[in-house]
Design a protein around this ligand. Structure first.
Ligand SMILES: Nc1nc2c(ncn2[C@@H]2O[C@H](COP(=O)(O)OP(=O)(O)OP(=O)(O)O)[C@@H](O)[C@H]2O)c(=O)[nH]1
Ligand SMILES: [Mg+2]
Ligand SMILES: [Zn+2]
Length: 293
């Protein structure tokens, strides 16, 4: 049996690459579906090649170091969240992606693309919002090349995926970073294919980078088994304050003696992100009650 990594999966066929860069087309054995374990791009697998035949067999998925369902990728070490002044930024989606990365111990990075359109104003706003989280925020432009060297340096050595809304320029950024041609939104058949340009997640190795280009999305549900008490721990900017809260654990919602609320009132925490935190806390609490209440 051989070992490799899934580059992409389409219609039940998986393209797997071995350590030498050789690619194989494989079909998954039915037992994966029975186990409820769907092979994902990024998965390390064991397989039996069938040279000269239509396809070989994917035999086993090796243990995953991380798992994301949106975008659906395995073993990612860094999530490059991409946003832009256009389409209109979905800050709640960025917050949720940051939470998902935190849950899977994936290093997040925020790349604010299309900075050529607004002189970097959106990137400035993002930096102000997320600076206290410790996440690196980069102002970039796939069009002008601004910030791309810094982005490349940050991504180097990590298995990355690009995640974010459709149309923010994930594929455009990767085309520039990797020096490969990827289908990007300006192409005319975009309309006939609907809103998304990238239809399949693909693993790319080029220029010392290893990265997954994924289709854009705007809907993202937090895991239904996420406990309300676990949510504040996924906001790194609360860490300096929460040990001082009167109640332990504290949800930093309306509790008396809450140091996070004090910090918020002192202007040390971003008000819009705090409002979104409470919105998510409400959602998570409702989901939890419906499930276990
Ligand atoms: N002005 C400007 N336009 C850009 C930039 N980067 C990408 N675009 C344009 O934005 C549109 C969308 O780019 P894509 O790369 O297809 O976006 P995507 O995030 O991959 O979208 P999906 O594949 O649908 O998720 C295209 O028309 C690009 O030409 C940029 O830095 N500046
Ligand atoms: Mg794309
Ligand atoms: Zn508190």
């Amino acid at each position: 049996m051989m070992q490799g990594e899934i580059k992409e999966g389409r219609g039940g066929l998986y393209t797997v690459r071995d350590a030498q860069g050789q690619e194989y087309v494989l079909r998954a054995k039915r037992r994966f579906r029975v186990d409820g374990m769907t092979p994902l791009p990024g998965d390390r697998v064991r397989f039996t090649p069938r040279p000269g035949e239509e396809h070989g067999w994917l035999e086993e998925i090796l243990p995953r170091s991380s798992l994301c369902l949106r975008p659906p990728v395995a073993n990612i070490e860094m999530m490059v969240i991409v946003m832009a002044p256009k389409p209109i930024p979905d800050w709640l989606l960025v917050d949720k992606l940051l939470i998902m990365a935190g849950l899977q111990h994936i290093k997040p990075l925020l790349a604010v693309n299309k900075s050529d359109l607004d002189g970097g104003a959106c990137a400035e706003a993002a930096r102000a919002t997320y600076i206290a989280t410790g996440m690196q925020v980069l102002s970039v432009s796939a069009r002008t090349g601004q910030g791309l060297e810094a982005l490349r340096q940050a991504m180097k050595g990590f298995f990355c995926c690009l995640a974010g809304q459709s149309g923010v320029g994930k594929s455009a950024l990767l085309s520039r970073l990797l020096g490969v041609e990827l289908v990007s939104g300006a192409i005319s058949h975009r309309i006939s294919r609907g809103r998304q340009t990238t239809r399949h997640t693909t693993l790319l190795y080029e220029n010392g980078l290893k990265v997954l280009d994924t289709p854009g999305f705007s809907l993202l549900d937090l895991p239904p088994d996420l406990e309300p008490e676990a949510l504040p721990g996924l906001y790194p900017e609360f860490a300096p304050y929460q040990a001082g809260c009167y109640f332990q654990p504290c949800l930093h919602n309306r509790e008396p003696g809450c140091r996070v609320i004090d910090a918020e009132q002192a202007g040390e925490l971003d008000p819009a992100r705090m409002a979104r935190y409470r919105e998510l806390l409400q959602q998570v609490t409702t989901t939890w009650r419906n499930r276990y209440g």
